[in-house]
Design a protein around this ligand. Structure first.
Ligand SMILES: [Zn+2]
Length: 159
């Protein structure tokens, strides 16, 4: 007798993400009407997505995270903060890579020169990061395993 799919509180996230079947969705809606814990969870999720309307659509990515922080900086501190100028050290810190690797990346990175010193505009670097992420997502669709084993660095040289 499986007239109704088995519904538990565990399904709340799948319900919010629209991942349930139509039958499950109906059954979960009934459960939601009766379950205080799922109602609280749903209300909290709605509050978060109303603050950050686009960020949670497809699972939060690093790029989305950067854009959120950039947007919040603009909202809170005026647009000039988004145009922060970085030096090479700031850049390495932003990308969380060693200086030497940042230097290797220089030919690809949007940079400019002031009095013979290399500088980077934060907003451009953030856009560059987004481009890298798009590239990686595209290539992941084409040949997932190979790309990732090339990219992932195994600690201590083990693999
Ligand atoms: Zn519940």
């Amino acid at each position: 007798m499986n007239a109704y799919p088995h519904i538990t509180c565990d399904l709340v996230d799948a319900y919010l993400d629209g991942e349930l079947t139509p039958e499950e969705t109906k059954a979960f809606a009934l459960h939601l009407g009766l379950c205080a814990s799922c109602q609280a969870h749903t209300a909290a999720a709605a509050a978060v997505s109303s603050v950050l309307p686009h960020a949670f659509c497809g699972g939060i990515s690093e790029d989305a995270d950067l854009r959120i922080r950039q947007t919040l900086r603009q909202e809170l501190g005026g647009a000039d903060n988004a145009d922060d100028i970085l030096d090479l050290e700031d850049l390495a810190r932003l990308l969380k890579i060693p200086m030497a690797e940042a230097i290797n990346l220089l030919p690809e990175l949007p940079s400019f020169e002031v009095g013979g010193r290399l500088r980077f505009r934060r907003s451009r670097i953030e856009r560059w990061i987004a481009e890298q992420e798009n590239k990686m997502n595209n290539s992941r669709e084409r040949s997932a395993a190979r790309e990732w084993t090339n990219i992932i660095q195994f600690p201590g040289g083990a693999r």
